[in-house]
Design a protein. Structure first.
Length: 222
């Protein structure tokens, strides 16, 4: 159960395996491969759990990995919706066609899209040759306001500068919600040499972002 992953809802979180990015600060690195292992649960077990929580939970937060890589994601969400739950989707924005389809079919109630960095630094931040056109398409889909959404950036000292937030702010000007998140070290991150910004440094990033997104906020500050 989570009170944080799906704003204003009591929800559970389901983690789907497989991702096309290899962000060095990813703390869900065990999910990067879609190969089966002993800790996996079956889809039947997941839906048995949901049926037992129909009067206790409002929604399901679907995260990963990158959920939109799953070929059966639409049918998976339909099954969740048919049980009466709302759905929040986390995505890296690399699959705009699927994102658009899910929104058009009213299958998602809230979308959280990770903005990894300014566009010219995406390949560095993700360790992947990202199709930037797809990222831009996903941003524009959310800015059309056909679904509740948020953008968010996890800030790492080695990858982000104030000028990046100038460029990110311009990309998502007047977005409903934008969260600047503090990187937090965990043993599962891919690169253990990375560092967080200080609270003062994060506040400077926020000040830059708020020039373009007045509702921008910090998240994950201890």
């Amino acid at each position: 159960m989570t009170l944080l992953d799906f704003p204003e809802h009591i929800a559970c979180t389901v983690f789907l395996k497989g991702c096309n990015f290899r962000c060095p600060f990813c703390y869900n690195s065990s999910l990067l491969s879609d190969k089966e292992n002993a800790t996996d649960i079956t889809e039947d077990d997941f839906f048995s759990f949901l049926k037992s929580r129909t009067n206790k939970l409002d929604g399901v937060a679907i995260t990963g990995g990158e959920p939109l890589l799953q070929k059966e994601i639409k049918n998976f969400i339909i099954k969740i919706k048919n049980l009466g739950f709302k759905v929040k989707l986390d995505t890296n924005g690399s699959n705009p066609e699927i994102l658009q389809e899910l929104i058009s079919l009213n299958l998602v109630d809230y979308v959280a899209m990770d903005l990894k960095n300014s566009l010219e630094k995406y390949h560095i931040t993700t360790n992947h040759q990202v199709n930037i056109a797809n990222i831009l398409s996903s941003i524009n889909i959310l800015l059309e306001n056909h679904v509740e959404y948020e953008f968010r950036t996890t800030v790492v000292k080695e990858f982000h500068s104030l000028s990046d937030f100038e460029k990110i702010g311009q990309l998502i000007k007047n977005a409903k919600r934008y969260f600047i998140q503090c990187y937090q070290y965990q043993d599962s991150v891919l690169d253990k040499s990375l560092h967080a910004l200080t609270t003062n440094e994060l506040e400077q990033c926020l000040e830059v972002a708020k020039k373009y997104v007045p509702n921008a906020k910090l998240r994950g500050i201890k």
